[in-house]
Design a binder for this molecule. Structure first.
Ligand code: PMP
Length: 424
């Protein structure tokens, strides 16, 4: 029996005994039935955004056809119904991440807005000239630039927690970076480029032993890892709905109540006030203090629906399937030879970044695209990671619950073809 055939049988065995029925799951995602340039779509750009299940699409249609009305400000039936959907979504998120109270869940348009909200308010309240922030070297730009905009402009200094060539943070350096001037530590739970799952629990314990709060960017973790904010004891957490099968334009800033109470609002406008006069304005209770203007109430309901969908399948089952896909894909990419993988941490989410040696990532991505395979190329909004490795970008394949081993095989065939075309 050939090694390849043996692998095929093992995969079939795994699929048959997996709790998840992948074909049934794929039927929930109508976009996956498409053909691209005549090939069945292989969608491996899930770290950028996930596809939406039919239940989310149905919910959106139902909302606009039956309930559409603005929230909080109306006494009429539709407005009350829309408000109920919005506030129930908040309760769902509270349960999903096990927050202590619904008041700790602030709706934003995504992780980026969540971090901007925090960076602005935190800097205004707590940052003075000469203060320090610690940010990991593998952060997404959205956990770097807001701090540069607001904290640096108040005279703060950003210190960087580095990672090694496997893509693992050098946690032993954290203690040395901390001083009495350190005001916050910002770290991603999982890297969107390297896939690394960081030991955020350890980082939080270390920071807390110096009474320093920690922001966890969970944009790439929420769809793969069970997060319990009380157990983790993080002070702030950001996430994006569109990465976990909900609509775009909805996200969450979680913050411990004691901090959110103290922090000033980020934006001013309707819904975030108690009373307004030209002499004095008072703010609404949490969490509305941070939700100025008309919120994405339709998106909030879509997040509720998506989280219910994930709960029905089980995050642990999704993670187990994705781990198998990553293991298989990594092994098969390594077998090709002449390929560099970026991100070899022991604990990873299903993200595989690589380059064909001697080929540009865009060229590889373009060839894969013409074969119906969607991957992302470039810096993935993590230029410091590119600077670390001295490269201009990578090809990134990222897997979700609906991806199959056959799709990994298609990716491998595509990479082989690209290699033949691009490297002499
Ligand atoms: N952090 C990480 C780790 C991410 O991967 C992303 C999205 N690529 C973000 C933050 C920003 O998320 P969004 O664009 O949804 O605001």
């Amino acid at each position: 029996m050939s090694a390849e055939f043996f692998c095929y049988l093992c995969r079939k065995f795994f699929q048959n005994f997996s709790i998840m029925n992948i074909q049934q799951i794929r039927n929930d995602f109508p976009i996956l039935t498409q053909k691209i340039y005549g090939y069945p779509l292989v969608y491996l750009d899930n770290a950028a955004t996930t596809q939406k299940p039919q239940c989310v699409l149905d919910y959106i249609m139902k909302f606009y056809t039956e309930y559409n009305s603005n929230i909080h400000r109306g006494v009429h039936f539709l407005s009350e119904k829309a408000t109920e959907i919005y506030e129930n979504a908040r309760l769902k998120v509270k349960e999903f991440i096990n927050a202590k109270s619904r008041t700790e869940i602030v709706f934003t348009k995504g992780s980026t807005e969540a971090i901007n909200t925090l960076a602005y308010s935190f800097s205004l309240k707590y940052i003075n000239p000469g203060d320090e922030l610690i940010i990991s070297e593998m952060e997404h730009h959205s956990d770097i630039v807001p701090w540069q905009l607001y904290a640096q402009s108040k005279g703060a200094i950003i210190k960087v927690l580095p990672f090694d060539n496997n893509g693992e943070l050098l946690l032993n350096k954290l203690e040395n970076l901390i001083t009495e001037k350190t005001k916050i530590v910002c770290v991603t739970f999982a890297s969107n480029t390297l896939g690394t799952v960081n030991d955020v629990e350890k980082i939080i314990k270390t920071a807390h032993s110096h009474q320093i709060p920690v922001l966890v960017d969970a944009a790439q973790a929420i769809q793969h890892v069970k997060i319990d904010v009380q157990k983790l004891d993080c002070d702030f957490l950001a996430l994006s709905g569109h990465k976990i099968y909900a609509e775009t334009g909805i996200g969450i800033l979680y913050g411990k109540e004691k901090f959110l109470e103290e922090l000033p609002p980020y934006q001013g406008g309707g819904d975030m006030i108690k009373n307004v006069s030209f002499l004095k304005t008072t703010y609404a209770e949490l969490p509305l203090k941070f939700e100025a203007g008309t919120s994405n109430f339709v998106g909030a309901g879509s997040l509720h629906t998506a989280l219910d969908y994930v709960d029905k399948i089980g995050l642990e089952n999704i993670a187990a399937h994705e781990a198998e896909l990553l293991k298989y894909a990594t092994q098969r990419v390594e077998e090709i030879g002449g390929i560099t993988i970026y991100g070899k941490a022991k604990n990873k989410v299903s993200v595989l970044s690589f380059n064909i040696n001697g080929a540009h990532h865009y060229d590889t991505g373009m060839i894969l695209d013409k074969l119906g395979i969607a991957v992302r190329t470039g810096t993935h909004c993590t230029e410091p990671i590119m600077q670390h490795f001295g490269i201009t970008g990578t090809v990134r394949a990222s897997f979700a619950l609906y991806n199959t081993f056959e799709e990994v095989d298609r990716l491998i065939e595509g990479i082989k073809r690209a290699k033949k075309m691009l490297v002499q």
